[in-house]
Each structure stands twice: as structure tokens, then as C-alpha cells.
Design a protein around this ligand. Structure first.
Ligand code: SAJ
Length: 430
């Protein structure tokens, strides 16, 4: 096996997954070139800094850049292993867009040589790895590509989905098990030998199609389970029961493990990936589709509840607690909290105060609101709407909020005297 110091790896896409992946590989002594289309990203990384917030990533990146093991560029160079970690968004009709993946494959085609390995990590619809193979075959007719004939292929192509949780990325990149799907078993074994260099978790090999579907299945599983919790919260509201208590009690059953309701499901994964299954098999996925609709519908429900509460207390300043899509991160993409804050700001204007420890300024959509800190909110706001379960918010003791009107969508203050508006009828989104 080639030693780490003799291996050259190119990581295409230096986002939330690509940059931590590139840095973790570079830490093992491998020479890593990070490719990104953004000059800003490339310059930031080359100066040893990071353009995204992730626990401990800044120190890691500055170290591997200083040692010369990680470098960024907008231009591809030859490498032994290519890792594609670009976004796979979906269009208005929820169909996945694999355009960035195919563009990355086109970039790789220019420098691909016999012996190389190409690994797709981006969450992708089933069949995308084969699509990458077909594109490479078209662009490089001089190379023998896997699965197209019985001859031994010149290059290996595999799919290995990332599974890391924002906020724990550097730990989970090393410790999580990995599913490695090859176009052929030989491809899978080649990719396996690469992941073994830096992954401590078990690495399991399979076909690329099974690996692609596994990734979508994991996120659809979580979405369906959150939808169950969100639906329960609507039922409990209607019945005047505390959903958090019900879930706590039900979870004492040895085979019940209900997740937490919230103001909706955000982020760029759980709210997106289930649609890849639905759009591939619309007639077979009523449950997965409905879960998406229940979770999206929870945003509108939260807005309606909060609006009713604010209307019932004219003139009282309102603290919207949190904008991030989940606790303790600075990521606001697809954030239900942000959507709720936007709707309330559009309606109530300057009455809305935002508390978000992870934001330095408010986005233009919240221009009419004010960003204040937690102490100011406790002092000045009679209504508190908890949208994110940041640790900072959990630490507010009851005596500092006992006299507030609270709408706690995350269940962080179980001791709060109840002050919820009446439930609204369930509406499915989309
Ligand atoms: N949420 C709830 N209730 C819960 C759990 C989550 O409302 O009980 C909400 C969160 O507040 C957030 C959204 O769901 O708005 C998603 O958060 P998350 O923590 O469930 O997931 P992500 O999007 O940060 O990361 C997920 C993870 N997938 C699974 O847990 C199956 C991660 O391992 C994946 O790598 C990531 O998606 C991805 O990139 O696909």
C-alpha cells in the first residue's frame, strides 16, 4: 500500500463536508488539494482560515495548511484519489439536481489516469455513481471504466456517503461506520483501502446503488420519526396535554424511542433527501412524502400559534429565541426558526426582537426586527418564543422567566407555567 505521505488526494467542494474531510485526511500526512469554484473559499483556506463554523475545524485547518498538507485551488491537478463533496440541491418540483456532481466529474476527467480512484460522497439519487462512470467513459474513451466490460478497469469508482452531524463533524468523520459502495466489488475494495487510512469506525462494502439508497434511507428514517413527534405535538395541543411529558413517559417503554417535536425540520439534509426517494418512486412513498409535509406544515402551525399569542398581548415586545436550524450551530440554511421569525417580523415589525448567539447581524429579511442579547430579552420582552434549543437558552432559570408569556416549541423549559395559544387545525404543506 502507498504510504500516506506518497498519496495525493483531491477533494472537490470545500463546504461543510468537503473542508473537514480534506483537513482530516491531510492530518494523516496525505497531501490534499481542495478544489472549490469560489475564489473567496480558496483564499480563506490557503491563509489557514475557515469560511464555515464547525467545532475545532479552525485549529485543524490552520495546522494542516501550515504543514503544507492542505492546499486549495480553483484548478484541478492530477491525484491518486478524487473525493466529490459538492451540493446536490433539489429543484422547485423536488427533483434532485446532480449538476454539480457531473460538473465535478467533468473536472476530474481532465486529469484522470490509470490507477486512480474516484469517490462520490454527496448525497445522491440512486444511479448517480453509474451516471458519473458513464460521463467519465464518454469524456475519457482511452480509459477502461468499471462495470462496462469484463476487462479489469483502469480506475475505481465508488459511492461513500458522508454521515456526519453538524457540530460533531470532526469526531464523526473518524468514528462513524462508513458504507462503501463500489461499481464493482474491486472498486469497493479500492475505496475501502483509502477510508481505512483515517476512519476508526467499521467500513462496510456493498454496491454503489445500495450505498446511495442507504444514505437516503437514513435521513428519511429520521424525517419520518421527527414527523411522528411533530404530529403528536399537534394532537397533544388539541387535547390540552403536555407532549413533552407524554414523550418522556412513552420513552420509558423499552422499545419506544420518540424524537423531539419542534417548529419544523431544517438544514440541508433531512428536509431535502427524503424527496430523492419520493421523486424516484412517487407511488411507493406515501409515508415518506407525508412525513415531509407534516414537518413542513409544522412551520406554518408554529407561525399561526405564535401570531395568536402575540395578538392576544397587544404592544408587548416579543423575543424570538434562535434562528439556527438546530441547537448550538451557526447554520441558518432551511431553518424553520428563521422562517417563523421572518413571518412574525413581517407582521409585527419592531415588536420583534431576535436573540441568536450565533449571529453577528440580522439578515435583510429581518431588517425591521432588532438583534439583542439574552439579558436584554429577559429585561425587555414580555413574550418569549423559543425556536431553537441552544444551550444558552436552556440555562435561563425559572425565576427569570416565570412572569413571561412563553411559547416553547422545543420543550427546553419544562417547568414554565403553561401559556400556549389554542391549537390550530393540522394542515399539510405542499
Ligand atoms: N429535529 C427535530 N427533532 C429531533 C431531531 C431533529 O425537530 O428530534 C430537527 C432539527 O432541529 C433540525 C432538523 O431536524 O431542524 C435536522 O437536524 P438533525 O440533527 O436531525 O440532522 P442534520 O440535518 O444536522 O444531520 C443529518 C444527520 N442524519 C441523521 O441523523 C440520520 C447526519 O448524520 C447526516 O450526515 C446529515 O443529516 C447529512 O448530511 O445528511
Amino acid at each position: 500500500m502507498v504510504s500516506n505521505t506518497d498519496l495525493n488526494v483531491a477533494v472537490l467542494g470545500l463546504g461543510y463536508i468537503g473542508l473537514p474531510t480534506a483537513a482530516v485526511i491531510a492530518r494523516t500526512g496525505v497531501k490534499v488539494l481542495g478544489i472549490d469554484v469560489s475564489d473567496h473559499v480558496v483564499e480563506t483556506v490557503n491563509s489557514g482560515k475557515v469560511h464555515i463554523e464547525e467545532v475545532d475545524l479552525d485549529g485543524l485547518v490552520s495546522g494542516v495548511v501550515a504543514r503544507g498538507n492542505l492546499r486549495a485551488s480553483t484548478e484541478i491537478q492530477p491525484a491518486d484519489v478524487f473525493v466529490i463533496a459538492v451540493p446536490t440541491p433539489f429543484a422547485e418540483d423536488h427533483r434532485p439536481n446532480v449538476g454539480y456532481v457531473l460538473k465535478a466529474a467533468t473536472t476530474i476527467a481532465a486529469v484522470l489516469k490509470p490507477g486512480d480512484t474516484v469517490i462520490l460522497e454527496s448525497t445522491s439519487p440512486v444511479g448517480t455513481t453509474e451516471q458519473v462512470r458513464d460521463l467519465l467513459a464518454e469524456l475519457r474513451p482511452d480509459l477502461k471504466l468499471p462495470g462496462r466490460s469484463s476487462e479489469t478497469a483502469d480506475v475505481a469508482i465508488a459511492y461513500c456517503p458522508e454521515r456526519v452531524l453538524p457540530g460533531r463533524i470532526l469526531v464523526e468523520l473518524i468514528d462513524n461506520d462508513r458504507v462503501i459502495g463500489g461499481i464493482t466489488p474491486r472498486c469497493a475494495r479500492k475505496a475501502l483501502s483509502f477510508y481505512r487510512r483515517f476512519v476508526r469506525g467499521a467500513c462496510v462494502t456493498t454496491s454503489c446503488r445500495a450505498a446511495e439508497m442507504t444514505k437516503l434511507t437514513e435521513n428519511a428514517f429520521r424525517d419520518v420519526n421527527i414527523a411522528f413527534a411533530n404530529e403528536l405535538s399537534l394532537v397533544a395541543d388539541t387535547m390540552g396535554v403536555d407532549v413533552w411529558e407524554v414523550i418522556r413517559l412513552a420513552n420509558r417503554h423499552p422499545r419506544v424511542n420518540i424524537l423531539s417535536p419542534g417548529p419544523g425540520v431544517g438544514g440541508h439534509c433531512i428536509a431535502v433527501d427524503p424527496w430523492f426517494l419520493v421523486s424516484a418512486a412517487p407511488d411507493q412513498t406515501p409515508l415518506i412524502r407525508t412525513a415531509r409535509q407534516v414537518n413542513d406544515g409544522k412551520v406554518a402551525h408554529t407561525i399561526a400559534q405564535a401570531t395568536a399569542l402575540i395578538d392576544a398581548h397587544p404592544g408587548v415586545p416579543v423575543a424570538c429565541m434562535g434562528l439556527a436550524f438546530k441547537a448550538n450551530i451557526d447554520d441558518f440554511r432551511e431553518s424553520p426558526a428563521l422562517k417563523v421569525a421572518e413571518a412574525l417580523t413581517a407582521r409585527f415589525g419592531a415588536r420583534i426582537r431576535i436573540v441568536e448567539p450565533y449571529a453577528d447581524a440580522l439578515p435583510p429579511s429581518l431588517a425591521a426586527a432588532t438583534l439583542i442579547d439574552l439579558d436584554d430579552a429577559i429585561e425587555s420582552c414580555g413574550i418569549m418564543i423559543v425556536l431553537v434549543d441552544h444551550e444558552l437558552f436552556k440555562s435561563v432559570p425559572l425565576d427569570e422567566r416565570a412572569d413571561k408569556v412563553v411559547y416553547d416549541t422545543r420543550g427546553i423549559w419544562p417547568d414554565q407555567p403553561v401559556a400556549m395559544p389554542r391549537a390550530h387545525p393540522v394542515r399539510l404543506a405542499g
